[in-house]
Design a protein around this ligand. Structure first.
Ligand SMILES: NC(=O)c1ccc[n+]([C@@H]2O[C@H](COP(=O)([O-])OP(=O)(O)OC[C@H]3O[C@@H](n4cnc5c(N)ncnc54)[C@H](O)[C@@H]3O)[C@@H](O)[C@H]2O)c1
Length: 328
């Protein structure tokens, strides 16, 4: 039985706690949060106890730490967990600062511990099926990837101010998808952005609408379009053009009921937001992490992937500021 401590009892921490509890080979032992009430409430829901970071790092029985606290805590917690010899599951991004993220990567590698970064789209059954069929050669060689990534609405402005900007907070997932789907490294990034949704986001020196073009070593191209607003809900789609065809993977709907009338043919809107759309992906991601620890196999989304995605986010931020493509 793998004993696990969870740090961060917020939105995503609750999801990870629930998924951990489903795994027959793992037990949630402790929950840590600066908000003692949140830690206590989540711990009691899963038969765990609230604890401090020092307690969980010093507890030899705890083999793995799940880090789901605010972004600005990730680098310190990864470093402490690695030094304590714990396996790590950490939410994206590794950090907002590339040099610090690289230092974390070196610490993790030096300690030789497992470290999974939470790029859950790679575990989503729909996107994973697209990737599988692409790998099997169904559409030949991939040439162009188009990623549409739109939130139903912007997060609170306090969140925006601490997020590190749209490229590090939101597009970090899309940058990881580009590397994963095209199976190639990016050599240049050209990004453009606007503030069309909320002037408060502009006042916080951030963007809410972006268009990014990436070019890979093999000359493959990826276009990412994102918005912090989509009136019809969460919109997450990929389209891969290959030498012999095209693969598309798209939104999920709460039901597949279609209503026909003399006025229109109507379906449900897409699932509302990430907690619904990626429910299965989060479950499979946690299962993959725990199975990897039990079997001693490598994890699919490593800290190196986290650092590479952050490097692309950094390059996109600079490209947007200068209006020039950034070479990597
Ligand atoms: N992979 C995804 O799809 C996904 C989705 C949402 C959030 N995230 C990431 O997960 C992290 C948390 O996001 P959230 O939406 O759950 O935020 P949240 O604000 O709901 O929860 C964060 C929790 O961390 C706690 N916390 C803050 N500082 C702490 C510290 N020093 N020690 C212990 N606990 C601390 C807060 O009290 C809060 O309970 C962020 O890094 C975010 O980028 C990833």
């Amino acid at each position: 039985m793998i004993e696990v401590a969870l740090i961060g009892a917020g939105r995503i921490g609750k999801i990870h706690a629930g998924n951990l509890a489903q795994h027959p080979g793992a037990r949630l032992k402790c929950v840590v949060d600066v908000n003692a009430a949140a830690a206590g409430e989540l711990a009691s829901r899963h038969g765990a106890r609230a604890a401090t970071p020092a307690e969980v790092f010093a507890d030899d029985a705890i083999r793995a730490i799940v880090i789901a606290s605010s972004t600005d805590t990730h680098a310190d917690l990864i470093t402490q967990a690695a030094r304590a010899g714990k396996a790590i599951f950490c939410e994206k991004p590794v950090d907002l600062d590339l040099a610090r993220a690289r230092q974390c990567e070196r610490t993790v590698e030096g300690a030789g511990v497992t470290c999974l970064i939470g790029f859950q789209r790679r575990y989503d059954p729909t996107f994973a099926a697209l990737k599988q069929r692409l790998t099997e050669g169904e559409i030949g060689e991939p040439e162009v990837l188009i990623i549409t990534s739109r939130d139903p609405g912007p997060p609170p402005i306090d969140y925006i101010k601490r997020s590190g900007g749209i490229f590090k907070d939101m597009l970090i997932h899309d940058f990881d998808v580009c590397r994963w789907i095209l199976d190639d490294e990016v050599v240049s990034v050209h990004a453009s952005g606007s503030c069309l949704v909320d002037p408060a986001i502009a006042a916080a020196a951030d963007l809410d609408t972006t268009a990014v073009t990436l070019r890979t070593r093999k000359g493959r191209l990826c276009q990412i379009n994102t918005s912090r607003r989509a009136a019809y809900g969460y919109d997450q789609r990929f389209e891969v053009l290959g030498s012999r065809g095209m693969l598309q993977a798209g939104n999920h709907r709460p039901s597949e009921v279609v209503a026909y009338s003399s006025a229109a043919v109507c379906t449900d809107l897409p699932e509302h937001f990430f907690l619904e759309r990626y429910q299965r992906a989060y479950a499979m991601e946690m299962q993959h992490f725990l199975d990897a620890l039990i079997r001693g196999t490598p994890v699919r989304t490593t800290i190196a992937d986290g650092v590479k995605a952050l490097q692309l986010a950094d390059a996109a931020t600079r490209s947007c500021e200068t209006g020039q493509a950034v070479a990597l």
